[in-house]
Design a protein around this ligand. Sequence first.
Ligand SMILES: *Cc1c(COP(=O)(O)O)cnc(C)c1O
Ligand SMILES: [Zn+2]
Length: 419
Amino acid sequence: MLWSYATHYVCDQCEAAFELQQPLNLCPDCGGLLEVQYDMKRMKKELSRRQFADRSRSMWRWHEFYPLKNPDYIVTLGEGDTPLIPSVYAGKQLGLSQLYFKNDSLMPTGSFKDRGFSLAVSFAKELNVKRGITYSSGNAGASFSAYASRSGIDAAILVEYLANPVKKAMIGLYGSPTATLQFSSMTEITSMLEQGVRELGLYQFVNFINPVRHEAMKAYAYEISEAWNWQAPDVMVHPVGTGGGIWGAWKGFKELLELGWIDHAPRMVAVQPDATGPIVRAFEQGAKTAERYGDSTRTIAQSIAGDAPIQGGGRVLKSIYDSNGFAERVTDEEIIEAMLWLGQEGIGAEPASAASLAAVKRAVEAGRIRSDDRVVCIITGSSLKQASAVQKAVGEPRFQLNADFRELSRLLEEIWKDR
Ligand SMILES: *Cc1c(COP(=O)(O)O)cnc(C)c1O
Ligand SMILES: [Zn+2]
């Protein structure tokens, strides 16, 4: 039995193989994206589904499926194993009998990014990386800042000028130097970062340019399938920015299929804002890569507002096509409605995460999701991260009251008259 069954990297583009234990970002031969490979044959022989149940609750109980080799380097704040919550409100509104929310707003820094950074920072420590850089729309920056500070890695964080003030401040709170980044398209950011790899040898933590962050997202597949006695969902709905979340989850389901631990994989659904959805447009055109498209400033769903995914979003589109899934666009109005629906469920989601539920509504109306499908929406980030959007959606309290019993009883009568 091994602690990790990861073996090497393979380049998506030129298929060259590289040793795992080195701080690589892009393929040194062709600049393509690297993917971690595992000894699946040996995993099939040596691992059983049961052995994971007794371990303590954390995404780290799936360590055999990650590239880290030595547990001494784990940097953790308690990631993963978040609740899988059955819908009590939205499901009824939509006529869905099996709608669930995987509530990653409960992660240590308030977004699902913590899964990826716990793994990527641990791996960087193992490789003796001293410095790292990432670009962020807010949540990745906060997460990287927290894990880098804890572990003593010098982090430089470039945060989009569009990011809301709370997110920018959170990056500072966790202690890493931050710069606000001006740009007119994601393509400028990507090419700047790729040049940083080539010319300065900077170790990057941007999804996909960093080849291990999305490995942690595979745990969605493990956690959800295990919760249903090794039954996968029928539909997984992910808000998509870079696509690290959806690609990682899809990789996890493929591994479980290969191991024979589940008998079907879900259809993967990518959600983007109507104002800037390059993946959705590419999907509608049947294209394998996405062109730059849209305007990042014209949506409240800041965490998924990129106009140009890294290397054309090829991985995201592949996960959609290979799983027989689809892509869905949602407007800000639909996102705000979904935030309020999630509120009825007891879940506070930032706009980008509520986009997943808004997409489910569209997909049900279009007949792409059936009433008995088992559907999981990933709730990727907390409402507290974008409090201004909550204020916009909800406004001031509807009623006012002086501390007077008569006023109170009149008020309660009014509040409850239709109940
Ligand atoms: C980063 C982020 C996303 C998008 O995730 P990707 O892995 O970049 O596709 C979605 N929702 C929230 C809240 C995020 O912070
Ligand atoms: Zn290559």
